[in-house]
Design a protein around this ligand. Structure first.
Ligand SMILES: [Ca+2]
Ligand SMILES: [Ca+2]
Length: 385
């Protein structure tokens, strides 16, 4: 027995070494439903990764957040360094550390914005917070000089629908220096139509957290001055296209996920209308019954469970220019959506059996995705030659 155990152990060690060597360059091919083919290269993996962003400087490094509260500085070839100096994160359910986005002037100001769930009392009152800090890379990387930019109000119990995705206005646009934050309905639904709750809204602030004077709701109370749009549910993707239009997607209830063109002052109708219905089976009137609410440009029945959004503008896939890429959780797919001006239509799904949490475009135009949950891989997707 001892001999067999020793043999088995040395055998598995040898196999393990051989496997980990080949795993470094592990690649596989993904065929899309419309005939396009991608090559996926495995870069590294994380414990429940949630968001990523490439730093707009010479380093070509990216930052990857994980829901349990780690932030990693990652090189293009997968070397990871933990970033210190993070605030205390309340982890549980859908909440934890959230988005990470650099300031557009990161190369000169080193500012990074992160969202996370905070709780002062161990859980009965939770809410998302956005802070910014400088990424100090002089030694072990760390965030310093943290300042609070925004707090999701009111706080409440429950561990879902924080949303807390962040987008910066493009440089040279009317939104330069402005930050957009998605704030979910906290699974309570009706706050999305309430002027006194910053829930179920898209928020627009100056990059220091002050409130811009040109926000649309100036006569509905102080909190409403932070709102850009209302009537949202759970928004896990927000991004500008190349023409300066803002797009966001949100999870529907039972089906009815939406891709919305975001226009200042509009109400997107949740929970009054949805092309999905309540999980209980109770019908929610569809969008076409209430034209005063903005209808989605694309919607999904059945659900894809969208998470992560990038609008492609690179040279690696010239045929995808201007297309939106959306990660799909329950659909276990990377979904390509053809955007044509203000219209949107699903064009293709790429599937390899994993829940997709986040998608980004890298410096050379490759697409990068994060798979969901423990062992979620960071993959670099290039065109199959
Ligand atoms: Ca991102
Ligand atoms: Ca419906």
């Amino acid at each position: 027995m001892k001999y067999l155990a020793a043999l088995a152990s040395s055998f598995s060690l040898a196999v393990g070494v051989a496997f980990s060597t080949s795993a470094v360059a592990e690649e596989f091919s993904i065929d899309g439903s419309a005939g396009n083919s991608l090559t996926a290269k495995v870069i590294t993996e994380f414990n429940s990764p949630w968001a990523m962003t490439f730093l707009p400087d010479e380093s070509r490094n990216l930052l990857v957040s994980t829901k349990p509260g780690a932030l990693w500085l990652v090189s293009e070839d997968g070397k990871k360094r933990a970033v210190g100096g993070l605030p205390k994160v309340a982890v549980g359910g859908q909440g934890g550390l959230g988005d990470v986005v650099p300031h557009p002037d990161f190369a000169s100001n080193s500012l990074v914005y992160i969202s996370f769930v905070a709780s002062d009392d161990g859980g009965s009152s939770r809410g998302s917070v956005v802070v910014r800090g400088k990424l100090d890379q002089s030694g072990s990387p760390k965030l310093v000089d943290l300042e609070t930019i925004w707090e999701q109000t009111p706080r409440m119990s429950g561990r879902g629908h924080f949303s807390h995705r962040i987008a910066f206005g493009p440089k040279g646009s009317p939104h330069e220096g402005k930050i957009f934050i998605t704030s979910g309905d906290r699974q309570v639904q009706t706050p999305a139509q309430d002027w006194d709750m910053a829930l179920g809204k898209i928020i627009r602030l100056n990059d220091d957290g002050s409130v811009p004077a040109d926000n649309p709701f100036q006569s509905n109370g102080e909190l409403a001055k932070t709102f850009w749009t209302t009537g949202h549910r759970n928004l896990l993707g927000i991004s500008f296209d190349g023409q300066g239009r803002l797009w966001s997607h949100e999870m529907g209830p039972k089906h009815g996920d939406e891709l919305n063109l975001i226009i200042a002052g509009e109400n997107y109708g949740w929970p009054v209308v949805s092309n999905g219905d309540q999980y209980s089976g109770t019908e929610i009137p569809d969008h076409d019954t209430r034209p005063e609410f903005m209808a989605p440009k694309a919607y999904w029945v059945p659900s894809i469970a969208p998470s992560g959004l990038v609008i492609y503008s690179g040279s690696e896939f010239s045929e995808f220019n201007g297309d939106a890429f959306i990660g799909g959780l329950v659909s276990r797919a990377l979904v390509r959506v053809d955007l044509d001006g203000e219209s949107a239509k699903e064009a293709e799904r790429f599937r390899w059996g994993k829940r997709i949490r986040e998608v980004e475009q890298g410096p050379d135009g490759a697409l990068w995705v994060l798979e969901d949950r423990n062992g979620g891989r960071l993959l670099k997707l290039t065109a199959s030659k």
